[in-house]
Structure formats: structure tokens, C-alpha cells
Write a new protein. Structure first.
Lengths: 337, 170
């Protein structure tokens, strides 16, 4: 996509970022005298900060192991096979997948209800809110973690990426936090602030609002069709759906494409007087999932910096950073009609 | 503090730019570009090549064409200006009971549609607008979560069905 936006960072912040990066570069060049390593380091730093240098020759000269597309494809194919295997163990609606039935990076949970609403119960309480549905990562990521050797050039890339992440902390705190967690190399799941997403991204808010409205309409339709004469409550657990938070810089750089669902319940109240109106009361939470990874096909320019997926995917493959799963649940949302 | 940072920056920017071969120290906003390719897809249903078949496109999202359809069209949308890596559209007309089965073929149930988001409209194309009585279903395909499905079924019998199948990118 092409995207031109006004950035939140000030010139001073960019200056600070460049200063930190320059310090990193200076440190690397003071401590490393080998000309081959120097060439590789210059190349990687240059690429992160907007250059177009081809690092292959420099990396080869420095003895760094270059990544190949073939490797990524192989990893993707292998992962796809695992996913296919896992699908045979999928639970039924409301059932939770057994341990090991979810692909690496995925999260377990029950199957969603096909149209989002579960079976009605008489009264105003459908019991505990369903857990978010089982979730499988939508893409293969950058390859196998720590499957390649890291060189000093890669470490320079890591340091520069960390400097960039720290520098953007003020303007884009979640983008910074998520990149730093990737560079932290733990691979641990990282919780996300879904309420902040809902406040910041109209794309997400619109999708969620419409999802709730459609579910409310379905609940009313179903209760009326059943001729309900007293309140009935439907549990809610909708299927995952994709949305892009490209309308907010912080979340665009933090995650951008995520998958979300609604869990909770909706109570339908029949009219209290003949000819009166049917009403509903809905309580939901928005759950999100995403795999924080870099698949080597995209690049992102952040102000004066160009960060390529390939550069960051290499850090993962070389064991200097690690992909992880991003999860989150919003606070309780209430809706009446 | 601001002065210190500026001095530090001015001392370090020039050597950095010299080393990286960059002559542009412009800190003004720049275009953000994300480009995507479909290489390395983990789809168990490869993206169609050659003339598009509606059945092949629907299969990308785990859907199937119901019986007795007419006016079937399928197209791949230029997604270069979208966040999605790939977008396909299918439309057809079918007896209403058959049209409603479109959602069921993908393991979904149909709901009343109360509107369309701007993102939905982008996926479905300019010829599709929300009307009262429309029904819908949408979800990521559980068998391959890279693909999203969005189905809208116009009111009436026979009913016109519009489907968008889109591949998730970052």
C-alpha cells in the first residue's frame, strides 16, 4: 500500500534518535577494526536508516550467513503441514481444543458459534463469558528461530533497531513496546491494550460496532421467532475476523493487521405491554490476536528510517530477536437497544 | 536538555550520514510504504492462475457456489492500494434458499446486516451498498486463517450474493 501521513514525532525526537544511533555506530566502529565486519556493519546500519545498500556482498565478506527465500518457503510449508494436522483435532462449538492441537504461536480456545450466538437460556445470565475461540496464526513468519548464525553485522542491526524502538517510544508507545519485546528475544506472548486500540482506530471501532449491531439484530430476530415471553440470553462468541489499524500510526506500526472477535452475552426482553417494543442488553469484550513477525515481503519507512521485514526476520532466524503472539481483551462494553 | 540533545545530534548526524551514504537529513514526514507479495503462501488452496473460476475463488475462503446460480462473475481486485495482500470478488444470483446456503458452505451462519463499514465497502466494491433486509456473514476461514470471507445477500428472491475473499497481510 502507499500511505502518506503526518508523523507524530518531532524534529527533536528524530535528532535524538539519530544521536543514539550514531552512538551505536560509533561504538561498533571503535571496537571493531576488521574491515570486513566494518563493511557489513555499515551496510546493515545504512539500510535501517534509509539506505539502499545491498548487504549480501558485505555479509558474505564478513562471513555472515545470508538468508534465502527457499528457507522461508520451506519453513512456511512445514508450518502449513503442522496446521493441517492440527485442524483434524478441532473441537466442536463451545468445546476447547486439547493441548497440542493448536499450531505453534496459536492460542487454544473453544470453537466460535457459527453465527456468533450460542443457544439461548431463559433468564438474564448465560453464565461465564466464553473464552476467545481457538486461533491459528495467519502466516508463517520469518522462519525458524535461531536457525542461522549471527555475525557482528547482525548485532549492529539489532542495536540500531533497538535505538529506533526507544526513540519512537514517545510518539508511538505501543509500536516501541512491541518492537522492543521482539528484540528482547523471549518469544513470550505479549498482552496488548485493546481499549487503546478502540480509542485510536476507527477501523477497529467501526468493525466492532457493526459486529455488535448485527449480533443484537440476530438475537432479536431469534427471540421473536421463538415467541419468547420472558427474557432470554444468548452467549456470544463470534468468529475471528481481520481488520487493519492503518488509521492510527501507533497501532499501525505496533501491529496493523489483527484478528478480533466478540465474546459476552446478549439478553432479549420481550415487550412488557401488548404492542410494545422488544429490547436488548448486550455485554461484550473485544479480543484480539496477532503474530508479531516479519515475513520478508514488506518494508516500512518510519520517518527517515527504512525497516525491512527481511532485516527483522533475519534477527529472528539468527536468534537475536524472536517472534511472538500478541493477545488482548478490552474492558467490558455495554450496548442497549 | 533540548540543547544538549541538539548538540549531540549535530555532532553525530554528519558522521552517521557519511558512513551510511545518506545525504538527506530531512526530518519532514515521508511516505510510508508497505508492499506485499503472495509468495510463500501457506494456503492449502493455491491462488488461482489464469482465468478466474468463481468456484476456485470461493474455495480460497472455504466457500462453495450453491446450486442453481446465474450471472456468476469472479474477479481479482488490484489490492496494491489496500492493506490486504490479495482480494477477490464473486457475485451471483440464486434462489433465496440457495443463496443463504453460501454462508453455511463456509461453516458460518447468516445474520441480519445492519450496515457496512468503509472497509467492507472497499472489499465488496462500489457496486455494493447496504440495503434493509440484507443478510451477511463474515469470518476468518478457520482452516486457513490467512483468508477472510465477507458475504452479503441482498433481499428478494432470487437473491444476489456478493462475496469478498481477502488475504491477510501484516
Amino acid at each position: 500500500m502507499g500511505r502518506t501521513t503526518e508523523r507524530g514525532a518531532t524534529g527533536l525526537e528524530w535528532s535524538g534518535l539519530v544521536a543514539v544511533a550514531a552512538l551505536v555506530v560509533g561504538t561498533v566502529f571503535v571496537t571493531v577494526q576488521d574491515s570486513q565486519v566494518e563493511a557489513a556493519t555499515t551496510c546493515h546500519i545504512g539500510n535501517i536508516f534509509g539506505g539502499e545498500a545491498d548487504c549480501a556482498a558485505a555479509a558474505a565478506a564478513a562471513g555472515s550467513t545470508g538468508s534465502t527465500d527457499d528457507r522461508g518457503d520451506t519453513q512456511g510449508d512445514a508450518r502449513g503441514d503442522r496446521r493441517d494436522d492440527a485442524r483434524g483435532d478441532r473441537p466442536g462449538p463451545g468445546e476447547t481444543a486439547p493441548p497440542g492441537a493448536v499450531s505453534p504461536g496459536g492460542t487454544s480456545g473453544p470453537e466460535p458459534f457459527p453465527d456468533g450466538l450460542g443457544p439461548a437460556v431463559i433468564g438474564t445470565d448465560a453464565g461465564p463469558s466464553p473464552q476467545p475461540p481457538v486461533w491459528e496464526p495467519p502466516d508463517a513468519g520469518g522462519g525458524q528461530h535461531a536457525s542461522e548464525g549471527a555475525g557482528l553485522g547482525d548485532r549492529a542491526t539489532e542495536f540500531a533497531a533497538e535505538a529506533a524502538a526507544n526513540a519512537m517510544a514517545g510518539a508511538w508507545p505501543d509500536a516501541s513496546r512491541n518492537l522492543l519485546h521482539f528484540l528482547g528475544n523471549s518469544g513470550d506472548t505479549l498482552d496488548q491494550d485493546v481499549d487503546s486500540m478502540l480509542e485510536s482506530s476507527q477501523n477497529l471501532t467501526d468493525a466492532v460496532d457493526l459486529g455488535e449491531a448485527n449480533l443484537a439484530a440476530l438475537a432479536l430476530e431469534r427471540a421473536q421467532a421463538a415467541g419468547a415471553t420472558e427474557p432470554v440470553t444468548f452467549p456470544i462468541n463470534s468468529s475471528w475476523r481481520g481488520v487493519f489499524m492503518s488509521d492510527d500510526d501507533n497501532w499501525y506500526y505496533a501491529l496493523n493487521g489483527i484478528q478480533w472477535n466478540l465474546s459476552g452475552q446478549v439478553t432479549v426482553n420481550p415487550p412488557t405491554t401488548p404492542g410494545g417494543e422488544w429490547t436488548y442488553s448486550m455485554t461484550t469484550a473485544v479480543n484480539i490476536r496477532d503474530r508479531y513477525n516479519w515475513d520478508g515481503t514488506k518494508s516500512t519507512e518510519i520517518g527517515p528510517f527504512t525497516v525491512t521485514d527481511e532485516q527483522l526476520a533475519e534477527l529472528h532466524r539468527k536468534g537475536l530477536a524472536q517472534e511472538y503472539t500478541a493477545t488482548g481483551t478490552s474492558g467490558t462494553r455495554k450496548r442497549n437497544g | 536538555m533540548m540543547t544538549v540533545r541538539r548538540v549531540l545530534a549535530s555532532m553525530m548526524v554528519l558522521p552517521l550520514l557519511a558512513m551510511t551514504g545518506c545525504g538527506d537529513d530531512d526530518a519532514t514526514p515521508r511516505e510510508t510504504t508497505m508492499t506485499g507479495a503472495s509468495a510463500g503462501s501457506t494456503s492449502s488452496s493455491p491462488a488461482p492462475t489464469g482465468p478466474l473460476s468463481a468456484s476456485d475463488v470461493l474455495a480460497l475462503g472455504g466457500l462453495a457456489l450453491p446450486a442453481n446460480t446465474s450471472g456468476v462473475t469472479a474477479e481479482q481486485v488490484d489490492a496494491s492500494a489496500m492493506q490486504w495482500l490479495e482480494v477477490y470478488r464473486v457475485s451471483f444470483t440464486a434462489p433465496r434458499s440457495n443463496a443463504l446456503q453460501t454462508c453455511q458452505t463456509g461453516g458460518m451462519g447468516d445474520l441480519p446486516s445492519t450496515g457496512l463499514t468503509a472497509a467492507d465497502e472497499e472489499l465488496l466494491g462500489p457496486s455494493v451498498t447496504h440495503v434493509d433486509g440484507m443478510r451477511t456473514c463474515s469470518s476468518t476461514w478457520p482452516e486457513n486463517s490467512a483468508w477472510d470471507r465477507l458475504v452479503v445477500i441482498a433481499p428478494g428472491d432470487p437473491a444476489t450474493v456478493h462475496v469478498a475473499i481477502s488475504k491477510m497481510g501484516r
